[in-house]
Design a protein around this ligand. Structure first.
Ligand code: GDP
Ligand code: MG
Ligand code: ZN
Length: 454
């Protein structure tokens, strides 16, 4: 019998979910991408793509050999032929969708969030965090580089707009039907040595699939069969971005206390509650639920551009340290109660200025957390040459950019990011208990841990 998968030292999942087309398939059906430069042309992806094939020969390292005998390393989904990373074959996926009106700050937040995660997860949570497929994450790495590793840090930068059908979408031709799939950014994370569950790292490892969606898709009527959004229904956590600078009552309340040009004539204006209701309606129809059904997962309402509207909630800088507690010398846990008290304060502010958002959010999910973030920590400036908004990298200093994703990780896999418990009587001088590893795992995990199949 031909051998379709390499003799594995690797543990593969029994079913793999494609992060592009979301079809499930057993790992032995995965295709390989030919390496020899003569082997070009794919019926689904076009003439410029390397051929995909189901292998029958492998080299001693377990790499498939293409028909020209060259060892290959890249894999592709048998349904859409787009490339999939090894992490997708080995790790439980965690789909997280980032939604919001055009201009609400999705692209900047993604860049800031993943940049912060690269340090915070290792240093504070004893978790590894890396690109599962560096080439596929290139757009996001470019954003990160422009903001955080820019040698010309005094020059204004803008991020390329998330086009409807551009870099962030990939086209696949099924016969005469062309479909544009949102390009996932895939990262892998797992416990490092020092994490209480280091021994179970293979079971706990997750392939995080993040989607930066063009906001236009969420304006009523924006989805077409050409641009499916099934990832919305598969997401275990939704991040909905609400941008107060686009809201007339927030702008009024901040009048005089913010120099941000977005508060003035540069501001966007979209009915953001309608975007959220549109998202809710699409998720329900994709999942086949009745239109009044509640989403069974957490909804995180990320209130962006905190630097621009913080005057309405006290004007303080917010620090990650205020919501994490040390567990041991290597690891901290999320202080959920502190996070919830910030959420409550923000919910009160939203009820005052934008009650329609609270109604839309709580009408959709029973588990809503409101989180203030600032991807930049400063406002953009108007570029006098182009009239566009730009930021100077030297001024960028994010606030809580990583918090929504930390909470999402905690909610979907309690054992990766732990929660700290507060003792009822705090020791003198210390309001919060330092939780021991046994204590921190307050809740049972959401989903039972499963052994990965072979
Ligand atoms: N004041 C402020 N402005 C921001 C922040 N993040 C993004 N912006 C501005 O918001 C605009 C839209 O952001 P972008 O991420 O492209 O929005 P998207 O369309 O949702 O992807 C940009 O011009 C940014 O300058 C922030 O943290 N603070
Ligand atoms: Mg964008
Ligand atoms: Zn696929």
């Amino acid at each position: 019998m031909p051998q379709h998968v390499p003799p594995p030292k690797l543990q593969l999942r029994s079913r793999v979910t494609c992060p592009h087309c979301w079809q499930q398939y057993p790992p032995e059906e995965v295709l390989w991408i030919s390496a020899h430069s003569d082997l070009r042309g794919d019926p689904l992806l076009g003439e410029d793509e390397q051929q995909r094939f189901l292998p029958s020969r492998f080299d001693p390292d377990g790499k498939a050999l293409d028909v020209k005998g060259v060892a290959c390393k890249d894999l592709a989904c048998p349904h859409c032929h787009l490339s999939v990373s090894w992490a997708s074959l080995q790790m439980n996926p965690l789909f997280i969708s980032i939604l919001g009106a055009p201009g609400s700050g999705k692209s900047f937040l993604l860049a800031s969030m993943t940049w912060q995660f690269r340090q915070t997860l290792r240093d504070k949570f004893c978790l590894s965090f890396g690109d599962a497929d560096p080439l596929a994450n290139q757009v996001l790495s470019d954003y990160e580089e422009a903001l955080f590793l820019n040698p010309n840090d005094d020059e204004l930068v803008t991020l390329k707009k998330t086009e409807l059908e551009g870099d962030l979408y990939q086209s696949v031709r099924f016969g005469d039907r062309e479909v544009w799939y949102p390009r996932p950014f895939v990262f892998s994370t797992q416990p490092l040595d020092g994490h209480p569950d280091f021994e179970k790292r293979r079971l706990l490892a997750r392939a995080l699939c993040l989607y930066d969606n063009a906001g236009e898709h969420f304006l009523p009527g924006g989805e077409t069969a050409r641009s499916p959004m099934k990832h919305l229904a598969l997401s275990e956590v939704l991040l909905f971005l609400f941008d107060p600078t686009q809201h007339p009552k927030f702008r009024q309340a901040c009048n005089g206390s913010s120099n941000d040009p977005q508060m003035g004539k540069h501001g966007w204006s979209h009915r953001q509650d309608q975007v959220l209701m549109e998202v809710a309606s699409r998720i329900r129809s994709h999942a086949g639920w009745p239109q009044d059904a509640k989403y069974p997962h957490p909804l995180i309402v990320v209130v962006t551009k905190y630097d621009a509207w913080c005057s309405v909630i006290g004007g303080q800088r917010i620090d990650l340290d205020s919501i994490i507690r040390p567990v041991n010398s290597a690891m901290s846990a999320l202080d959920i109660q502190s996070l919830q008290s910030v959420s409550k304060k923000l919910q009160d502010v939203l009820k005052k200025y934008a009650p329609e958002i609270v109604t839309a959010a709580e009408g959709f999910s029973d588990d809503v957390l409101y989180v203030p973030v600032s991807a930049l920590g400063c406002g953009p400036e108007i570029d006098s040459n182009t009239g566009a908004l730009g930021v100077r990298p030297k001024n960028v200093n994010p606030m809580w950019a990583e918090v929504p994703l930390l909470y999402a990780l905690h909610k979907s896999t309690k054992r990766l990011v732990y929660s700290a418990v507060r003792r009822s009587k705090p020791p003198a001088g210390n309001q919060h208990a330092v939780a021991s590893p046994a204590e921190v795992n307050k809740y049972p995990p959401n989903t039972p841990l499963r052994e990965t199949g072979t």
